[in-house]
Design a protein around this ligand. Sequence first.
Ligand SMILES: [Fe+2]
Ligand SMILES: [Fe+2]
Length: 241
Amino acid sequence: MDRMLRPVHRWVWGNFDRRVRKLLAFAEVEGDGGRDILRAAELTADPLLRRLYLAHAADELRHGEMFRRRGSEILRALQARSTSGFQADWLAPSGHGVDDLNVDGTDDTLLAFLHLSEKAAATRFAVYRDVLQDDLPTQKIFEAILRDEAFHMNYAFSQLARVSPQHHWRRLWRARLSRLWKAYLRLAAALGGIMGALILTIQYFVLLPPFAWLAKRAARREPPGWTPISPSRNGSLNRQY
Ligand SMILES: [Fe+2]
Ligand SMILES: [Fe+2]
């Protein structure tokens, strides 16, 4: 899908303001992922996995720093010009995706999730590298980071096969379905928002005019000024109701 959308990605990354914001947002995502994987290293009982998680976390924190530094460089070059509001996050998401890492599960669930999110990151970063031909330093950063992502993807898969030799395919499919389900929920929520706005707009223009017309007609029939009330209702006010 990301490869098919290459022209769209070229357009998204073509705007320098958006490029800066994207790099800074990616820095956040990488740093967040790094901290989650550090937590996984604390929790695991497997010494080999702990070493790999620690190296992985160090990589992600370094990626965050690389994106942040490059984003700041471009920002300084732009001399803090006005910024464009549309960030096209849906069209060019951060590498590892928007699903948060759940480090409280078992190692095999975590490794299955990691394998898929690192694979997505490696694919996306390869596309971003290809469309950034006008910006060699940023292109080099994507090139370096995507090599790390490919390593993360491969180690996650081989470790998953080691810790869960019987069920690793099942774990991968479960993680894939969980990602699909979450993507569907995000899409459904976005569609729900659009439909809600559309229906309320239609209601506003279709239902409100007759009421406004009736209210105006009733207002025209009202005699202007004070209206005397009947003597029977005009007693003195000697009680509350
Ligand atoms: Fe990364
Ligand atoms: Fe990674």
